[in-house]
Ligand binder design. Structure first.
Ligand SMILES: NC(=O)C1=CN([C@@H]2O[C@H](COP(=O)(O)OP(=O)(O)OC[C@H]3O[C@@H](n4cnc5c(N)ncnc54)[C@H](O)[C@@H]3O)[C@@H](O)[C@H]2O)C=CC1
Ligand SMILES: N[C@@H](CC=O)C(=O)O
Length: 346
């Protein structure tokens, strides 16, 4: 029986959600998935760090109070975040990287991924920064070190999009995509329709664990822009940089705009899209659009996301599911570990 030793880098909503999955489901994974997981280290800028090569108690980790330096309360824990030690020297086979997304340079998460990959350790991440801004370099680094760099949760949380398009739609000739790719902004638009103010809806999205550390990334479209870059580079063979994608958000949409749209049977949605033209160049954008009620994306509400892939052989294929959420995104880390097990396991 394979047992993966995992170190968690960042212990906010997503990695705490992953520890919860381990606490609740590790025994059944042995039977259903053919492996189990042992958490050997955790590090977090706010909480500190802890390593135990014999394995940490996942339930105890989940129950840790969100207080500065809280890991010092556990035997062997420290109030300081020894990120490099935990990544390189905890004995982990896999690093689950879930620190904040930095949309400018992807740091420090990109450095964390590099440390792991250079040390021959697999990386699973939900962080959009390293993938959108340094994806090609990190994939090459992983290949050179014969390890995996997996990031299913970087787009649409636990809803399978990247692997589905890359594997199940291989050969269909994907020409483009359009989608609702941010849970927070879709939740905000939905709650404004239900009568909340913009600020009240953003606060709710933060409480529910959907929003970025800086929620302006959600409502100004920057988060979707990273996801568009990831999907376009992955599926359209594009080499887009963030600056290639035109970008605007939803913060200018007023309660009156929403009411008018509702009266007209339409809905405002933040849409990220990209398409390849006949010359092979890819154009991409992020913007709020007023969709008629008949549009397939018009009825997607709350933190649910959806993306339609346009392919030569199938026409439109649309996938819909959770676009944010702690447990939903933690599931994406599990799906990455399953993918690693399929290739490297046994
Ligand atoms: N929450 C969600 O629904 C989704 C989140 N993501 C991405 O997953 C990642 C994690 O998300 P959440 O857990 O919700 O964020 P969070 O803000 O709850 O947790 C991030 C944690 O990283 C820690 N951290 C920040 N800088 C660090 C550093 N230099 N070293 C060590 N730890 C550091 C923070 O102290 C915090 O506890 C983010 O990149 C986010 O964009 C992706 C898909 C969905
Ligand atoms: N803040 C993001 C989280 C997932 O990427 C969102 O709301 O979609």
């Amino acid at each position: 029986m394979t047992e993966y030793k995992i170190a968690l880098v960042g212990f906010g909503g997503v990695n705490r959600g992953f520890a919860q999955l381990v606490a609740d489901h590790n025994a059944e994974w042995k039977v259903a998935l053919g492996f189990s997981v042992r958490i050997v280290g955790v590090t977090d800028l706010f909480l500190g760090s802890i390593v135990d090569k014999d394995g940490l108690d996942a339930k105890q980790l989940v129950a840790l109070p969100t207080e500065k330096g809280a890991f010092a309360q556990l035997p062997g824990g420290n109030a300081e975040a020894f990120n490099e030690t935990v990544i390189k020297h905890s004995g982990a086979d896999i690093i689950a990287e879930a620190t904040f997304t930095n949309p400018v340079d992807g740091e420090p998460a990109t450095t964390f991924c590099r440390w792991a990959l250079e040390s021959g350790i697999h990386v699973v991440t939900t962080n959009k920064g390293p993938v959108a801004l340094h994806g090609a370099e990190l994939k090459a680094l992983a290949r050179r070190n014969n390890v995996a760099f997996e990031y299913e949760g970087a787009v649409m949380s636990g809803t399978p999009v990247i692997r589905l398009a890359r594997q199940a739609l291989a050969g269909s000739n994907i020409l483009g995509f359009e989608g609702i790719l941010n849970g927070t902004s879709n939740y905000v638009l939905t709650q404004m329709k239900n009568g909340l103010t913009f600020n009240e809806a953003v606060t709710q999205a933060q409480q529910l664990g959907y929003a970025e550390a800086d929620p302006s990334a959600d409502v100004e479209g920057f988060d979707v822009r990273l996801k568009v870059v990831i999907l376009a580079n992955e599926l359209l063979d594009a080499r887009l940089n963030v600056s290639d994608v035109t970008c605007s958000g939803i913060s200018n949409i007023t309660a009156q705009d929403i009411a008018q749209a509702t009266a007209d049977g339409a809905s405002w949605k933040l849409i990220g899209c990209a398409e390849r033209d006949v010359q092979g160049s890819v154009r991409a954008s992020v913007e709020a659009r007023l969709l008629p009620g008949t549009h397939p994306l018009a009825g997607i509400g709350g933190a649910i996301n959806a993306v339609s892939f346009h392919s030569e052989l199938l026409g439109a294929v649309t996938v819909s599911g959770p676009g944010a959420g702690r447990i939903e995104t933690a599931f994406a880390l599990l799906s990455d570990i399953v993918a690693i097990h399929t290739v490297y396991g046994k």
